[in-house]
Design a protein around this ligand. Structure first.
Ligand code: FES
Ligand code: FES
Length: 151
């Protein structure tokens, strides 16, 4: 066990965990933020996507030791009132079906738009290809991302 200082959604947290613990489980089980989901545990589905210093990362394979002193953002911290442009676009396009993959999808889309606010179709495909949706909401995801780029 070891002590780690984490900055999650602009709040400081101190946790005492094994250094190899995936950040996903620290966020969910120790901090209690359950919006970030577990899908595969091997960086293949994107359900666990969060932002680390603004970049989309898979928290299921990121050891907590690699997140110390970095800025961690989960779906709960993306905006104050669920009003991030990507969240608003998701509602407008009625993207979710079962919803399980959607926090990861939104976090990947938000990271893409942070670094490129006019992504091409290819940019969108590249940024989103690691986020799997078993309900097949891909056309609505693309539509929602494109609607943000037009604003
Ligand atoms: S749970 Fe992390 S990528 Fe699937
Ligand atoms: S909305 Fe069901 S898995 Fe994506």
């Amino acid at each position: 066990m070891a002590q780690f200082n984490l900055l999650i959604n602009q709040k400081k947290h101190e946790v005492d965990v094994d250094p190899t613990t995936p950040l996903l489980w620290v966020i969910r089980d120790h901090i209690g933020l359950t919006g970030t989901k577990f899908g595969c545990g091997i960086a293949q589905c994107g359900a666990c996507t969060i932002h680390l210093n603004g970049n989309a990362v898979r928290s299921c394979v990121l050891p907590v030791s690699a997140a110390q002193d970095k800025e961690i953002t989960t779906i709960e911290g993306l905006s104050n009132n669920n009003d991030h442009p990507v969240q608003l676009a998701w509602v407008e396009a009625q993207v979710p079906q079962c919803g399980y993959c959607q926090s990861g999808q939104i976090m990947s889309a938000a990271a893409l738009l942070n670094r490129n606010n006019t992504p091409s179709d290819l940019d969108i495909d590249r940024a989103m290809k690691g986020n799997i949706c078993r309900c097949g909401t891909y056309p609505r995801i693309r539509k929602a991302i494109k609607s943000v780029t037009k604003q």
